[in-house]
Every structure is written in structure tokens, then in C-alpha cells.
Design a protein around this ligand. Sequence first.
Ligand SMILES: Cc1ncc(COP(=O)(O)O)c(C=O)c1O
Length: 393
Amino acid sequence: MTTPDFDEIIDRRGTHSAKWDNLETYYGLSPDEGIPMWVADMDFRPPACVTQALRDFVDQGVFGYFGDDTAYKNAIVWWMQNRHGWEVDPVAIFSTHGLVNGTGLCLQAFTEPGDGIVMFTPIYHAFARVINAADRKVVECPMVLDEGHYTLDFDAYDAQMTGNEKMLLLCSPHNPGGRVWTQAELEGMAAFAQRHDLIVVSDEIHHDLVMPGQKHIPMAVACPEIADRLVMMTATTKTFNLAGGHVGNVIIHDAALRRRFEKVMGALGISPNSFALHMATAAYSPEGAEWVDALCDYLDGNRKVFDAGIEAIPGLKSMRLEGTYLAWVDFSGTGMDPAEVKRRILEEAKIAVNYGAVFGLGGDDFQRFNLATPRARVEEAVARMQAAFADLQ
Ligand SMILES: Cc1ncc(COP(=O)(O)O)c(C=O)c1O
């Protein structure tokens, strides 16, 4: 493998990048001076094998419908076995247009309008968007902040259930906050789902992005006893920075659930995008694996630089990420109104972040910073934050 150079500054301006080219529209920040640390994509190129696969496809020059997904499915099976110790049956794999799409399809397949969808909040904000758009109800079960670490309180969640809830939508590893759930926590979630007869949809899009020393456990491996109510969702897109390819995998081993999902896929006429499948097949390879190992080390370095710099500002706490590259900073110790925190980050530091309140209950005092960018930019962001909050020093 060519050694990846994650320090390289790649000019993404004017490339139809949501992260950079929507900066002005969404945040009023010029991409010439603003630092985009919001949407979860990385300012890195994917491994060379991915770009080469795309180049080969482009060079042959004909872009018809995609056929024979055997290699694609075999690549997924290989990856899950090698990286996650999970045996996937190729017949269980559906290819969707990403995992927000996968979530929407699950809502259609397994729930009815008005049904409650349970989530541990704060959680990835697009979930609530699709749930509300599908006329289902968001049921927020707030995580407990225990000395800067999120935990779960199943007694409280049990008491919250009304019988109208039909699905538990998990985020594993968790975004935001970066928890990599333990075996015991996953068992707690599975037992909770059984007690309340919930279908479990486990979004594991961040599964490869765990910090050194951490181990992600797929829900299907942790709790095989819930296989008859479990839908797994994974993707190459977050791991390899291929989000524009919009491809995700919904993996369902239970035949009855699979039939319900297949019907919705058929009803909506969903079929795969060739470009994305070529990229994903190439990514799930030994070269891709080596690249991910190097990436996780680099992200860990960014996290250390960021946490140290942010925590030098009195009152700020950056959650210790176990997974993901999305720093989650608690500003409650400053005693400042969240509106003033946002103003300083945006207008003084000129950094675009995701505002904590959009992630649901428990998010108000937090702001999310995307650290998947060259280290020099993380250092610049930290310096700007220290200047914007200099009066707290
Ligand atoms: C938990 C989670 N699920 C899904 C997505 C987006 O998935 P996709 O781009 O495949 O729709 C994200 C993006 O940040 C995410 O954090």
C-alpha cells in the first residue's frame, strides 16, 4: 500500500462538497476563512485501490446498469468476517442508497404511522428527521452522563414505555459521544428490546472507526438471541470517505423480516448505483484494511491534540471518544448561554460545527466538531477556540 498522507491539505472548495461548498449558505462563513467541522465526511482521499477501481471503470467508458453483485457481496462477507468476526450470509444483504435511506426503508417495512421509535439521545440528528417525515413518533430515552461518559438507564427507559413503541433504533458506535458499546451494554439493549417487543435496527456505520485499544462488537455477534428481531446496517461510506457514493448495506438474517424489507425495496424500485458498488468492492480488501488502521491511528492523534487544546480552556470538556471522529464538547462548565457559545464559535473562531441541540434531549450544552481533517487544521481550530474563549483563561 502507498502510505497515506493524511497531512496533505486538499483544496475541496468548488468541488460540490457539501462540507465546504455549503459553508456560506448554511453558516454564512466564507470557505476561504471558515473551518468546516460539521457534516461527517473526511478531508482525506480514500485508499488508492478505491480510486483505481473507479478509474478503471471510467476508462472502460460505458456506464450501464450494474449486474452480478457477487464480488460486492463477497467483499462484504470477507470484511465482516475479518474485521468484525461476524459471519454474514450473502443472501441477507440488501444494497440501499445509504443508511439514512436504509433507516427510512426499515420504518416503512416494520412500522406503521403513529408508532413510536425509541432512540438513546443525544443521537445522530437525521434519524429524527426521517422518523418525523414518515409520521412515526420519536421516543427519546436520554443517556446518562456519568463523569463525562454516557451510560444507559434501562429502569428509567422501561418506565417510559407505553406499548406504542415498535422499533429501537441504535447507533453503535454511538454518534455523538463516540461510545463503543460493551458486550454487557449490548445485552442490556437486546433484553430491553425483548421486554418491549421492539424490532432492533442497529446502525453500525461507524464500526470501523474505533480508537486504538477499543473493540466494536456487532449487535448480531453480541446477541444472537435477538436474530429474529434484528436488522443490521453497515457501510463503506463513513470508513473510507465515500459518502457521495450513497451506498449502504442493510443485512437481515431472519427470513420473515427479510421478506418484509424486500417488499418495500421492490415497491420503491430501489436498485444499486454502479459507481458506489465498484468503490465499495475495492475498499473491502486487504489494502483497504491497512489504510483504515493507519487512518484510526491518525484520528487518534487528532483527538489527542484537540482534547488537550480544548481542555486547556477552563470550563470546556471534550468527551473521550472510543469511536468515531466526531468530538463532542461540553460547554456547561462555562456557565454561558448556548447561544453565546454558538456565536463565539461561529463569529469569532469562524468554525462550523453541529450544534448539540439538534441531537435531541441532553445535547443543548454540547457542540460537535469533526476531527477528520489534516492535523494542521485541527491545530488551527484549537488556536481559534482558545482565542474566542480567551476571557475564560
Ligand atoms: C449514525 C449515522 N448513520 C448514518 C449516517 C449517514 O449515512 P448515509 O450517508 O449512508 O445516509 C451518518 C452520518 O454521519 C451517521 O452518523
